[in-house]
Design a protein around this ligand. Structure first.
Ligand code: DX5
Ligand code: ZN
Length: 214
């Protein structure tokens, strides 16, 4: 399994310290939640922050774009050091073009769906993605309650996957116990924000996730 801690729950006045702890603990990806106050009702951080933290770590930057018109910013996110660039299915229309562009820039292409968006809508673009991100909360905030229906969506996507090798990532309201159920349903990558940063030991909590097996 892979764990992608969400930086949204970190201490923003001490980002490099928190990132170092996550990297040492063996986290696989660093999940970066970019919010524009339009696609989602919250504003987080953007290009300058990603550019700065790129200097302090070699972790895989798993960039989750919760922004309108993501196609206008792909090159910029590639330039500041994102490794995986995930756009939302609901945020734009020409996904074929945008996903191809992400790959052309040498980055991994991801598509994300909100809780109300069915998995079946992805059928024509599954060959163009390296990752599918299933949102298990309505995007915008950390610390929300996991939506149970997401387990069924992971199972459905895992069946649709066939011999393709994109990763299935799940994001929102996850703890270790829910994480285990998601892995059993077919997920490969778990995002966790508040569960990791509110734990008595960030390092120990990351290791608990890493001990879960698929
Ligand atoms: C929600 C974000 C998530 C969030 C997860 O809009 O996309 O990545 O930070 O936080 P938790 O794990 O606290 O739900
Ligand atoms: Zn996210």
């Amino acid at each position: 399994m892979k764990i992608s801690p969400s930086l949204l729950s970190a201490d923003f006045s001490n980002l490099s310290r928190d990132i170092e702890v996550l990297e040492k603990a063996g986290a696989d990806y660093l999940h970066l939640d970019v919010m524009d106050g339009a696609f989602v009702p919250n504003i987080s951080f953007g290009l300058p922050v990603i550019k700065s933290i790129r200097k302090v770590t070699n972790m895989v930057f798993d960039t989750h774009l919760m922004i309108e018109r993501p196609e206008n910013y792909i090159e910029s996110f590639a330039e500041v050091g994102s490794d995986i660039i995930t756009i939302h299915y609901e945020s734009s229309i020409h996904h074929d073009r945008t996903l191809n562009e992400i790959r052309r820039l040498g980055k991994k292409a991801g598509i994300s769906i909100n809780p109300s968006t069915p998995v079946s809508l992805l059928s024509e673009i599954l060959d163009l993605v390296d990752l599918v991100l299933i949102m298990s909360v309505n995007p915008g905030f950390g610390g929300q309650k996991f939506i149970e229906n997401s387990i069924k969506k992971v199972e459905e996507l895992d069946k649709l996957r066939g011999s393709r090798n994109f990763e299935i990532e799940v994001d929102g309201g996850i703890n270790v116990e829910i994480g285990k159920r998601l892995l059993d349903a077919g997920a490969d990558v778990l995002v966790a924000g508040s569960d990791i940063f509110k734990a008595p030991s960030i390092e120990e909590r990351v290791k608990e996730y890493k001990r879960l097996s698929k």
